[in-house]
Design a protein around this ligand. Structure first.
Ligand SMILES: Cc1cc2nc3c(=O)[nH]c(=O)nc-3n(C[C@H](O)[C@H](O)[C@H](O)COP(=O)(O)OP(=O)(O)OC[C@H]3O[C@@H](n4cnc5c(N)ncnc54)[C@H](O)[C@@H]3O)c2cc1C
Length: 425
């Protein structure tokens, strides 16, 4: 179906993970017409926490209280890290714009502007992060103040153990307890899923039933931690009703993927971007992109066959790494899947991983990705920008071991900001 009328726009954004969503938002906020496409990406696996920079250097596992001082140190030590292409004021502006947008969609985030916060994980470890969904913010405070706290376990929920959390933290938090409940209506099930429970809690009667089974365990507890299930959306409403029924504040603890806070992020972006007039083709791919002589990009979009053709002045490549599909590895090398751009990578497959999976230096494969210039344009074979108006953002960029540095979502947002500003200027 290639005889379709081309859609004309300023910008075509390839990818609907966090980098693609952020790029689309920044572009739409600046009055550009945007067409975006992609599958879900890593966003629904993510914890919902927005890291800026938590750890550097990874080999020392040095954790930073001040993420901005951490960025200074990182940029000095790894001058090709994508953060080095940005001014700190731009990273700050990117965060402000995203968090304002999310708050407008009902997904409020909290942060301490100049320091990272600790968030309790489902393993009882403490994760260093920057911006925290409002549903988890009481937990940040509880970790510091250590009031009498009850962690709720849900029968049949895999990967979450309140008892393990308590065991891991009891030494420094003596009045931390756990209790196990059955999620209302799930007695007959061997396994329960976070998304189903979060969906059930959209209805007020289900919140009342949940409060009914939790209430007998509250006793002297001053605060309650639960797995992240407190509403797929309308979380303010869900939490305030449960808090009223139980008489204590609540907080969520991130769970293993797929994650409800990740789903909330995806839903918030999709809703907010639709209102800004973005044309979003979900569950489709850029099948082929070419740049005819007129300098415009032509992107063919579809599932298997071409369903739409987009003509745009510029393209943002936010196609992620191996999970997202932006990079692909065969037995010998790693390639970029859409433009076949050169990929920075170890010389030989033998060097992709160190022998020890937990090697403190991290693995070289996690540094692989696209080299860019100062304006976020990926470099071609000649060493110069591959195209005048092709920009890249997010985890596809090289020199960015985001898992170990704890900078995943922040990097996606900040580099999207850099890419859009470069396109406009
Ligand atoms: C389990 C897990 C937990 C995480 N936890 C955190 C956390 O606690 N804090 C934090 O800050 N970050 C976290 N992250 C990281 C964060 O989610 C990622 O860094 C971020 O989502 C990367 O975003 P991205 O948009 O670059 O890539 P992705 O999310 O991988 O998105 C890539 C997109 O490109 C699309 N795509 C690929 N090829 C094509 C094509 N040909 N045409 C169209 N589209 C295409 C894909 O469909 C997808 O939409 C976590 C990630 C995971 C997986």
């Amino acid at each position: 179906m290639t005889d379709v009328e081309p859609i004309k726009c300023d910008l075509c954004v390839i990818g609907s993970g966090l980098a693609g969503m952020a790029a689309t938002l920044f572009a739409a906020n600046r009055g550009l017409s945007v067409v975006q496409m992609g599958h879900t990406g890593e966003i629904i696996f993510a914890s919902g926490l927005i890291d800026l920079l938590g750890v550097h250097p990874v080999s020392e596992k040095r954790s930073w209280n001040d993420p901005w001082a951490a960025v200074d140190a990182l940029v000095k030590d790894i001058p090709r890290h994508p953060y080095a292409r940005l001014k700190k004021k731009d990273i700050k502006a990117a965060f402000d714009e995203i968090l304002t947008f999310l708050a407008e969609t009902g997904l409020t985030y909290h942060r301490n502007i100049d320091h990272n916060s600790g968030v309790l994980t489902s393993l009882g470890t403490i994760k260093t992060t920057y911006a925290v969904p409002h549903t988890m913010w009481n937990g940040v405070k509880a970790l510091k103040e250590k009031p009498a706290c009850l962690i709720i376990d849900i029968r049949g929920l895999k990967g979450f153990s309140a008892r393990q959390i308590v065991a891991a933290l009891n030494a420094g938090w003596s009045n931390l307890r756990s209790a196990r409940i059955s999620f209302p209506g799930s007695d007959h099930l061997n396994e329960v899923y976070t998304e189903h429970m979060a969906n059930a809690l959209l209805l007020s009667p289900n919140r009342e039933k949940l409060a009914g089974v939790v209430a007998p365990h509250v006793k002297a507890s001053k605060i309650l931690g639960l797995p992240a299930i407190l509403g797929l959306y309308r979380t303010h409403e869900v939490i305030s009703q449960l808090e009223e029924l139980l008489g204590v504040p609540l907080f969520e603890i991130p769970t293993i993927p797929p994650s409800v806070p990740g789903l909330r992020l995806k839903e918030a972006f999709e809703r907010g971007l639709r209102l800004r007039g973005v044309q979003y083709f979900s569950l489709t791919r850029a099948l082929k992109v070419r740049q005819p002589a007129n300098g415009q990009f032509e992107t063919q979009i579809g599932r298997d066959d071409v369903e739409h053709i987009v003509h745009s002045r510029g393209v943002i490549l936010a196609s992620g790494r191996f999970i997202g599909g932006g990079l692909q590895a065969d037995r010998k090398s790693i390639r970029e899947t859409i433009f076949d751009l050169p990929v920075y990578q170890p010389d030989s497959r033998r060097d992709w991983h160190h022998r020890d999976f937990l090697d403190p230096r991290g693995h070289l494969i996690n540094q692989a990705g696209l080299e860019i210039d100062d304006t976020f344009r990926p470099l071609g074979d000649s060493g110069g920008p591959a195209f005048e108006t092709l920009f890249a953002a997010g985890s596809i960029l090289a020199h960015n071991d985001w898992k170990r540095l704890k900078c995943g979502a922040g990097l996606a947002i900040a580099t999207a900001f850099g890419a859009i500003n470069s396109f406009i200027n």
